[in-house]
Design a protein around this ligand. Structure first.
Ligand code: NAD
Ligand code: UDP
Length: 319
């Protein structure tokens, strides 16, 4: 089959592209390189089944030839990135989702939307089942991402109901692994890079807030299963193992053998206090549960950043 992956040069998009190619399919990546990197796809340079189109999904998209499915991942995803690109984030979620749905409708292609646990905001229900409607501040700094994704879910359901487009929605919880940018700003990449550079690990607030961390290969497996299942309402995918940020910092220090201390920094506005997916739906309907424990995933992630460090790539970054 022939697929479009928007956001293919990003962290998740590049791993998903690898998986689709490994399944024997052809992939057209669409990415404007706002937060992604060509080097995430450099190993595919000579693969005739892959091509990257440098395009902004917020503008009309033309794709030639057969099209069986679209994976719409294009959007800034790290809080640091979406606070830096607030308008682009709103446009990727709103106009980008509208454009990719239009493409799916015109071509009779299936569309999977990458949504997020951020639709639950700072949740008042814990863990979060798909039935929870969330607690989002629409006008706070994170609103640009949360509301863009909530709109993206709404328009995806509308295209399904009004136009019969064949859609899937995945609500992705914090996912980590190789190919995150060293300066991406998310907690796992920040802590690993800081530990490898021997710098203090920056704990925002008192570090008692929790997150649940899913290794990238587990997430990609879940996305592929969802794409192939008849589930049209949103599905949570994430690892239910829940850690405080302080616990994560200690695990990263152990995984790197670093002597870095932990250092307190201000807590960002509207930072969710807890987050953990209820994955009963994915387990029952997709037979999916994450396999990679955090310690193992962290070791693989550390190995990736260690390779970058050996190439001198971590030392040139600003602190
Ligand atoms: P990423 O920043 O590494 O990748 C996003 C990609 O989208 C980048 O390559 C970027 O250049 C591209 N992009 C952004 N705006 C674009 C536009 N207008 N047109 C074309 N390309 C554009 O982030 P990621 O972690 O790989 O996230 C991928 C998707 O998964 C996002 O939609 C994100 O919201 C969602 N998600 C990720 C996580 C996670 O933990 N990684 C959690 C929840 C949701
Ligand atoms: N965080 C932190 N130090 C960092 C980066 C993030 O303590 O250097 C915290 C952040 O405040 C949040 C959690 O780690 O509570 C996860 O942050 P991330 O940016 O990875 O994603 P989020 O889950 O907030 O979208």
């Amino acid at each position: 089959m022939r697929f479009v992956v928007t956001g293919a040069a990003g962290f998740l998009g590049s791993h998903l592209t690898d998986r689709l190619l490994a399944e024997g399919h052809t992939v057209l990546g669409v990415d404007n390189l706002l937060t992604g990197r060509r080097e995430n796809l450099s190993h595919l340079e000579d693969d005739p089944r892959f091509r990257l189109l440098e395009r902004d999904v917020s503008r009309h998209i033309e794709i030639e030839g057969e099209l069986d499915g679209i994976f719409h991942l294009a959007s800034p995803a790290s809080p640091v990135d979406y606070l830096r690109f607030p308008i682009q984030t709103l446009k990727a979620g709103a106009l980008g989702t509208h454009n990719t749905l239009g493409l799916a409708k015109a071509r009779g292609a299936r569309l999977l939307l990458a949504s997020t646990s951020e639709v639950y905001g700072d949740p008042l229900v814990h863990p979060q089942p798909e039935s929870y409607w969330g607690n989002v501040n629409p006008i706070g700094p994170r609103g640009v991402y949360d509301e863009a994704k909530r709109f993206a879910e709404a328009i995806t359901m509308a295209y399904r109901r009004a136009h019969g487009v064949d859609t899937r929605i995945v609500r992705i919880f914090n996912t980590y692994g190789p190919r995150m940018r060293p300066d991406d700003g998310r907690v796992v990449s920040n802590f690993v890079v800081q530990a490898l550079r021997g710098q203090p690990l920056t704990i925002y607030g008192d570090g008692s807030q929790s997150r649940s961390f899913c290794y990238v290969s587990d997430l990609v497996e879940g996305i592929w299963r969802l794409f192939n299942a008849e589930l049209h309402e949103p599905v949570n995918l994430g690892n239910p193992g829940e850690y405080t940020i302080r616990e994560l910092a200690e695990l990263v220090v152990a995984a790197t053998g670093s002597a870095s201390p932990l250092e307190a920094r201000p807590l960002p506005t509207d930072d969710p206090k807890v987050r953990r997916p209820d994955i009963s739906l994915a387990s029952a309907e997709l037979g999916w549960t994450p396999r990679i424990p955090l310690e193992v995933g962290l070791r693989r992630t550390v190995a990736y950043f260690h390779r970058l460090q050996a190439l001198g790539r971590l030392e040139t970054m600003p602190d």
